[in-house]
Design a protein around this ligand. Structure first.
Ligand code: IMP
Ligand code: MG
Length: 175
């Protein structure tokens, strides 16, 4: 099987989306501080670019949860691999995700974070595949809604590859 990647969203479009999202977040949190929680590993490229576009004071923390193995379908099993370094109690928390697919990971994660009593809790995602939703999730900031295709790049992987592509692409397989 040969793999190839077709461009779905070019780099310039992703970058301008992030710029606009950063401006909106900066307006929404005006006069306040925000703790960005980057969901590893997929959210890391997006979180870094987004953080650079936010003009209110930002602090960063990282969390890693497992939901996918090496393939392209959800296991439904969510496990915390790496927890936050610091408490979020009383903080404005903004979770930064690469993609919301079935919603299972985020549903679990948001419930878990809510129990730690943040002042506010919001979610931003670079990509959303609404047609794949199994568990409802409220997304506060969405970059792009995309069709039900397996995407890679800008942090997203297939079997740990392609995260470093500067655009979002669709992976295609051929004989
Ligand atoms: P969910 O729990 O089904 O919403 O899955 C969320 C996680 O699955 C994301 O944070 C990604 O890490 C991964 N994922 C879902 N769809 C894709 C995709 O199209 N490409 C790469 N990873 C994906
Ligand atoms: Mg992810």
């Amino acid at each position: 099987m040969r793999e190839s990647v077709r461009v779905l969203i070019p780099e310039a479009k992703v970058d301008s989306m992030i710029e606009k999202m950063g401006e909106k977040i900066s307006r929404d949190y005006e006069g306040q501080e925000v703790r960005l929680i980057c969901v590893l590993k997929g959210g890391v490229f997006f979180a870094c670019e987004l953080a650079k576009r936010i003009t209110v004071p930002v602090s960063l923390d990282f969390m890693s949860v497992s939901s996918y193995g090496g393939g392209t379908s959800s296991s439904g099993v969510v496990k915390i691999i790496k927890d936050l370094d610091d408490s979020i109690e009383g903080k404005n928390v903004l979770v930064v995700e690469d993609i919301v697919d079935s919603g299972r990971t985020l549903n679990y994660l948001l419930e878990n974070l809510r129990s730690r009593k943040p002042k506010s809790l919001a979610l931003c995602t670079m990509l959303d595949k609404p047609s794949r939703r199994v568990v409802p999730v409220t997304v506060d900031y969405t970059g792009f809604e995309i069709p039900d295709e397996f995407v890679v790049g800008y942090g997203l992987d297939y079997a740990q590859k392609y995260r470093n592509l500067p655009f979002i692409g669709v992976i295609e397989f051929s004989e």
